[in-house]
Ligand binder design. Structure first.
Ligand code: EPU
Length: 309
């Protein structure tokens, strides 16, 4: 165990030292972190953040780990997750509701559907946490979370609680002012949907779900869509498919046969395999059609690690 994190488990008992990022990411890729800590209450989160700040230990909020690629060398710091105390859902008037940042987005979508709140059906199959999904402005079917977001609550590096209106997060297509930043850990998010018949909301959710099952490799380890759509109605998946790259692989990292904007881990893919595959796809898209494909997933690179350290 690294001396910097000795004693962390006294503040947050749900701590595993020297744990690999493979255990906390949907890609199942990434070397060991000094510790993986799940804060179950706001007090634990505050205590952990202060502990890490006092010792200058880098940390990274992981959420459900569904949009992240960690390096094979590991993460020199602590990976943070949110537990039970961040999974509440409370309702206000006229379609207003507040969800804990640790809750899974599909669970939130299913609960509000049952309560007859429409407008977020698109989110029911996005495998992220509420906090992580708000931080990256997750979306699907040409809709995104920020279109319904009213505001968030967060804690700062020093464990101070703050509230921010949605506008302060500057949500845009698959991005926000918070993406990749760790100085605000979201603890809850408030949205406004529209009142509707619960059966209609559930029917729409189901339609979206069936489309995704048919078109995306949901049963394989991946981080969802790797690239942003390049705009003007162009789908990165369709483009990569047209470039003939479906099935192309580097090591165990493979451009999905089902949806070309997914890279799947077919066994023991390493981060370097994924990065090499990303570079090859980008090079081919640039060489053949002059399009610069930008990554949508967050790459925790060696450079970022050096900055954090
Ligand atoms: N297509 C192909 N080949 C492929 C993939 C897609 O020809 O390999 C075609 C499809 O047949 C369709 C068109 O491209 O005609 C668009 O495909 P799709 O409906 O799958 O939408 P997308 O633009 O590729 C976006 C989001 C997904 C989201 C889906 C469904 C981005 C980068 N991707 O994909 O989001 O689930 O719409 O709404 O915005 C994610 O963000 O992780 C993600 C997967």
């Amino acid at each position: 165990m690294r001396p910097e994190v000795r004693g962390l488990d006294a503040l947050a008992p749900d701590t595993q030292f020297d744990q690999a990022a493979t255990h906390v990411t949907t890609f199942r890729i990434g070397g060991p972190a000094w510790a993986v800590t799940r804060a179950h209450t706001p007090e634990q989160l505050r205590d952990v953040l202060r502990f890490l700040a006092e010792r200058s230990v880098p940390y990274r909020m992981v959420g459900k780990g569904s949009n992240l690629l960690f390096p094979d060398e590991g993460y020199p710091g602590v990976l943070l997750l949110l537990g039970d105390g961040f999974s509440e859902l409370t309702y206000g008037e006229n379609g207003l509701f507040t969800a804990g940042a640790g809750m899974s987005l599909p669970r939130m979508a299913n609960l509000i559907a049952r309560a007859g709140i429409a407008g977020l059906e698109f989110s029911a199959q996005i495998p992220g946490s509420v906090g992580g999904s708000v931080a990256v402005n997750a979306g699907a079917f040409a809709q995104d979370l920020h279109s319904k977001l009213i505001g968030v609550r967060a804690v700062t590096r020093m464990g101070e609680e703050i509230a921010l209106p949605a506008a302060a997060l500057r949500g845009a297509y698959r991005s926000t002012a918070l993406k990749g930043r760790q100085d605000f850990i979201l603890t809850e998010a408030t949205f406004r949907g529209e009142s509707a018949d619960a059966r209609d909301v559930q029917r729409k959710q189901k339609e979206y779900g069936l489309y995704r099952e048919k078109t995306q490799p949901l049963k394989m380890a991946s981080a969802g869509c790797v690239f942003k759509n390049p705009g003007k109605g162009c789908s990165a998946g369709a483009l990569i498919d047209q470039l003939g790259l479906k099935g192309h692989s580097v090591g165990d990292a493979q451009v999905s046969e089902k949806h070309a904007n997914f890279i799947v881990n077919t066994g023991h893919a390493r981060a370097v395999d994924v990065l090499e595959l990303i570079a090859q796809v980008q090079a081919k898209a640039m060489a053949e059609v002059g399009i610069q494909l930008e990554t949508e997933i967050e790459l925790v690179t060696a450079g970022q690690l050096a900055m954090a350290a």
